[in-house]
Write a protein of this length. Structure first.
Length: 448
């Protein structure tokens, strides 16, 4: 009996040993098939697929979450790839979030957490950065620059601000600030109660603000672009809205108004397609560049047949500009950066004046590959280069660096007093140069 127990124990130890060291993923096909498929697709489509050829992940890694498995693969490329992503039945997720704003379910605001700017308390509050159209926030009357001091009577901390991203109805305490003209100290003007309805899908309209203003007899066009896509990518939108048609109509109005200068606001533009970037660029590039190369793409060795040249479109009603102003921020990413880099090459950096802060730094495009198991893989598939074939660019620095959030007032987008737009206007009129720095007299630092 004792010898039998010893044999049983020995067999058990052997089985445990082999179970720990053997690749058993195919015994659990249902649990690993997503990651097996991701691995195969990355070897085929990934721009840096050659970095994965000799790499075989451990069998245990195939049981990890698809997003974690993809991160394991992209890390092997040594390219600091933060752009590839995976979706898993993502009806309730938004891969194009912008700060605290989510298209799929949101109150329709983006904000920043900061300490009481008056300096009289250490209380944490939220400063409203953007209010999106037709959202619970816009219907409640919230404005850009408002301060939200509490919700449902609770104070804000880093741990609970997510409760203002989505959820049920909220009762907000909204405050407004002013400056004492004698000693330049800040004080609170008023506090009002605002009722915010429950979160919902909020469409991020591609071109929410466009206008033409006249300053010293100079006609200046202004356009906000939040995304460079043909229409909404979210499933909740029906019927399909064609943003391309909106762009064409806006540019026709700009041309009819005889704009001599153009301010393109890309501070909120964090995704898009080459086709829409090409169309917008064709309207604003200098006329001499029409017909030349806008951008070109470079794919991996297996897909060089997909390398393509995108010329500036000669069929659009080009505005005939000799220079262009572009407003940027940390959100400016992807298609917006391809457009900026290409225009700088085509027009010269001295004629493409950037106002704002450094961009995100995405010189590549992702491609969508869907799988039957509700997994959407979006790997980096190509470099996006300028007309000279240069794709060695990352974050793009502004010509005139301005931190809009260091100013006391955040005016609405398109208001000539709004900090970045106003800076562009002053530069157009020759009242400031790119070497001019912010004056302490005009700016009160409100950053934390």
């Amino acid at each position: 009996m004792k010898r039998l127990l010893i044999h049983i124990l020995a067999v058990s130890v052997c089985l445990m040993f082999f179970a720990c060291g053997e690749d058993r993923t195919y015994e659990y096909k249902e649990k690993t098939q997503h990651n097996k498929w991701i691995h195969d697709m990355m070897l085929e489509h990934y721009l840096w697929a050659d970095s994965l050829v000799d790499y075989e992940p451990s069998w245990k890694s195939y049981f990890s979450k698809p997003a974690d498995f993809l991160a394991l693969l992209t890390k092997r490329s040594n390219q600091n790839d933060q752009w590839s992503y995976v979706e898993i039945d993502t009806l309730g997720e938004d891969v194009h979030e912008r700060g605290y704003f989510n298209h799929i379910e949101s109150y329709g605001i983006d904000f920043m957490l900061m300490t009481d700017p008056t300096g009289k308390t250490t209380k944490q509050m939220l400063r409203v950065v953007t209010v999106y159209q037709d959202s619970p926030a816009s219907r409640a009357g919230l404005k850009r620059g408002d301060f939200i001091c509490s919700f449902n009577g609770a104070k804000f901390t880093k741990n609970n601000i997510s409760k203002l991203q989505k959820g049920v109805a909220r009762e907000l305490e909204v405050c407004h600030i002013a400056e004492n003209q004698e000693d330049y100290s800040l004080y609170w003007v008023d506090t009002v109660k605002v009722s915010l309805a429950a979160s919902q899908y909020v469409e991020d309209v591609a071109f929410p603000v466009s206008r033409v203003i006249t300053q010293d007899d100079v006609r200046i066009g202004y356009l906000v672009c939040t995304r460079l896509t043909e229409g909404p990518v979210e499933q909740q939108v029906t019927p399909h809205v064609l943003y391309r048609q909106s762009l064409d109509a806006i540019m026709a109005q700009m041309k009819s108004a005889g704009v001599a200068e153009m301010v393109l606001d890309l501070r909120l533009c964090n995704f898009g397609t080459i086709d829409m970037a090409q169309r917008l660029a064709s309207y604003v590039v200098c006329p001499e560049a029409l017909g030349t190369t806008f951008v070109q793409t470079f794919w991996n060795e297996k897909h060089t047949s997909q390398n393509r040249i995108y010329p500036y479109d000669t069929s659009v009603g080009n505005l005939g500009l000799s220079r262009l102003y572009i407003l940027t921020s940390q959100y400016t990413q992807g298609a917006a950066e391809w457009l900026i880099h290409a225009l700088q090459h085509s027009m010269g950096e001295e004629n493409v004046i950037l106002v704002g802060t450094e961009t995100a730094g995405q010189n590549v495009m992702t491609g969508e590959v869907w799988h039957d198991f509700y997994v959407g893989l979006n790997p980096v598939v190509a470099y996006v280069a300028d007309g000279a074939g240069n794709y060695e660019y990352a974050s793009i620095s502004p010509t005139i660096e301005v931190d809009e959030f260091s100013y006391l007032d955040l005016y609405e987008y398109g208001d000539p007093n709004e900090t970045l737009f106003n800076t562009a206007i002053l530069h157009i009129l020759g009242l400031i140069s790119q070497n001019d720095s912010e004056s302490e007299e005009d700016s009160d630092n409100l950053s934390e």
